[in-house]
Design a protein around this ligand. Sequence first.
Ligand code: SF4
Length: 412
Amino acid sequence: MQTAPIEPIDRQQSAPAAAPLENLGTIQRRKTRPVKVGNVTIGGGYPVVVQSMINEDTLDIDGAVAGIRRLHEIGCEIMRVTVPSMAHARALAEIRTKLQRTYVNVPLVADVHHNGMKIALEVAKHVDKVRINPGLYVFEKPKDDRTEYTQAEFDEIGDKIRETLKPLVLSLKEQGKAMRIGVNHGSLAERMLFTYGDTPQGMVESALEFIRICEELDFRNLVISLKASRVPVMIAAYQLMARRMDQLGMDYPLHLGVTEAGDGEYGRIKSTAGIATLLAQGIGDTIRVSLTEAPEKEIPVCYGILQALGLRKTMVEYVACPSCGRTLFNLEEVLHKVRSATAHLTGLDIAVMGCIVNGPGEMADADYGYVGKTPGVISLYRGKEEIKRVPEEDGVAELIALIKDDDRWVEP
Ligand code: SF4
């Protein structure tokens, strides 16, 4: 299928400014304003926030509370809930109360759909952030025979959006709550499609239109997203948004995600390709990996991306060589044993290397190393220093003993 060309991004302008040499190897995050969502802050230099969305029916109060709790317990920091009707909006009041009574006050976001003004106003009382989709908030019925958009028509819809958005903005402002302006490539408003085409530029202009209305009302607790299911479109949209905001003196945090990424290995690869590419450029303050699987499966992927980029440290970092003809022991088996014994020691870097030819040099940054010395003999390292040589069968136990001697061991 022929797809619409992606507008090229001017590399000169979109490339991040060259980092000073001493910062090389560390991601320099784009400066953004802090936006509070309950007791979690997005942007402002805070760690990149992990979020997800429950798939229980919001009207099923017990089910929704259990779903939120399950996600929160494994590290999800902000929970999104869909609110397609007024009944769902009211159900959020019960969900919030039940969470407070039986668990903790988890940061909640309501996802509001077509023509959702009244629903948004109700649900804004019960959640910490409301997500609206500019393409759907004031729904324009597409006209099949349209050949032009007059300025008067364009302005008329703009006025209608302003009028519809204003009460929600004022309510959120008064309550100190936040809004996500969540543009989706697949649901751009007709007049944006007409003016800019099905492009990253159309997505960015759609977000900017809503941002400007919020700014006119002096409301800046905004988070912006520009999701697409095609990774290059999503990357281009966020890059362009960051560039446009820099030009306009805006500093809103960005919520990253690839929509409809699918499931399994490819769903994870696709999400990582989009999210990690942007994070590596310093773009992005909160992430959601959208998988066609239970939402609990999304959280490890989020943390894996953040850990791999050095943005958050939530687990042990294992450095292990791929093994080759020089490997002196069953690397896969030993790595598995080392991981089983040490996976709870969050914060440590542990290397498992097959031989001393390249092993010690390539694991140089790890806190501890397990390296094949000669057949049947393992060298244990603390940083760059070889500490002891032990028989292979004692290797894992001796590694644990070394970590204990250093007072860096905690019981699982
Ligand atoms: S560290 Fe040694 S065993 Fe591992 S891949 Fe490199 S040369 Fe091969």
